[in-house]
Design a protein around this ligand. Structure first.
Ligand code: SF4
Ligand code: SF4
Length: 370
């Protein structure tokens, strides 16, 4: 039936319909919350009511079978309620400790045939939560790397820290498979971004038929695209020319014009960024900075990428002060020291020198004192 005050029932339903009864009852009257153990939180209301939350890691792309199983768990323990966090975790909520114990046992007992967890509990506090990521090769058209593949490989090497809270502060990891950055790479402690390193190819036979050429020209942030005419057989056709030295391999033109493919097996790969956050604890929110300029796509397990991320986390955990996020730590000790301690190579690629007069940008390179 239409909600009160609504003329139609088009659009999403009012979110109040979806609140678990104990949350609806105590809305706006919560006293405090704490983490009881990794992956388990309790929220306590003024009325004395409690909500126990069990957080489990989940894949961002799920099969229908898996979603059905998640719903079945919510039906069995949580009156049909559950929520997804912004980092692709699933949270199951119950209102008493007996139900909490049964829920935890049920989640832990569900495993894949090989014995790996289906619903690993964790992702809270000073540990590693699930990785925010984008579409990758499975779906999008401009990726320079995959998303689910490297994310799975990274989570496998940092999984221990998903189930523990041994680090100085939370470490948020994100992956975006191109510079469009659908992921939260710019504001995560550790970010992985797919980059192209070659200009788009131009398929002159199709540019006139598949593309609005003025749109493709307008889409280029560095004015590298211009209209031209080329001869194909005995015909002159409208097409596109690209000034390669102005191209920054962003792929915008390909988004507008499918006849400008940019993916390239040799050119594509990833960058590692470090030090971003959205929290304003200790210091204000920060953008992340590039610390590794290029790693090739080493399918299927991305060993160089995972080894570097694991190493950064280990060095950070051993050296940072309690509550210091990765960026706070690097800023305090100085980025020179960050490179020294992590053993990452500092190259000229890490210096942000993009200064097109038409597009003055916010410089976000590592800041050195000398
Ligand atoms: Fe597509 Fe780029 Fe977003 Fe990846 S980051 S999903 S390639 S737009
Ligand atoms: Fe311009 Fe980006 Fe296309 Fe290069 S990839 S030509 S910079 S829109």
């Amino acid at each position: 039936k239409p909600m009160e005050g609504r003329i139609t029932d088009i659009g999403p339903r009012d979110f109040h319909d979806f609140l678990p009864p104990v949350i609806a009852k105590n809305k706006g009257q919560w006293l405090y919350h704490e983490i009881l153990e990794p992956g388990v939180l309790v929220h306590v209301a003024e009325s004395g009511d409690k909500v126990f939350t069990v957080r489990v890691g989940a894949a961002r792309l799920m099969s229908v079978t898996h979603i059905r199983e998640i719903c079945e768990i919510a039906d069995k323990h949580c009156g049909g309620h559950l929520r997804f966090t912004t980092r692709n975790n699933v949270e199951f909520m119950v209102d008493n400790e007996v139900s909490l114990a049964a829920l935890k046992e049920d989640l832990s007992s569900r495993k894949f045939a090989g014995g790996s967890y289906k619903f690993p509990i964790g992702g809270t506090g000073a540990g590693i939560s699930n990785i925010v990521h984008t579409q990758g090769w499975v779906h999008c058209h401009t990726p320079a790397t995959d998303a689910s593949g490297p994310v799975k490989a990274i989570m496998d090497v940092v999984f221990e820290d998903f189930q523990n809270m041994r680090m100085p502060a939370p470490v948020r990891i994100a992956l975006a498979c191109c510079l469009n950055m659908c992921g939260a790479v710019h504001c995560s402690d550790i970010g992985v971004v797919g980059i192209h390193r070659k200009p788009p190819m131009i398929d002159h036979e199709w540019t006139d038929q598949l593309c609005e050429i003025p749109l493709a020209v307008a889409s280029c942030p560095t004015a590298a695209v211009r209209p031209t005419k080329v001869e194909i057989g005995d015909k002159k056709v409208n097409s596109i020319a690209i000034k390669n030295e102005r191209c920054m391999y962003c792929g915008n033109c390909y988004t507008m014009c499918p006849a400008l493919p940019i993916s390239d097996g040799e050119g594509d790969g990833v960058v590692i960024m470090v030090g971003g956050k959205v929290s304003n604890r200790i210091s204000q929110p920060m953008f992340s900075k590039v610390v590794v300029a290029y790693i090739p796509n080493e399918t299927p397990r991305w060993p160089s990428l995972t080894e570097k991320i694991k190493h950064i986390i280990e060095v950070y955990s051993a050296n940072a002060r309690k509550y210091e996020r990765v960026g706070d730590w690097a800023n305090r000790i100085g980025w020179e020291k960050f490179f020294e301690l992590t053993g990452l190579e500092f190259t000229h690629h890490l210096i942000d020198d993009f200064r097109d007069p038409a597009y003055y940008t916010w410089r976000q390179s590592t800041q050195f004192k000398f």
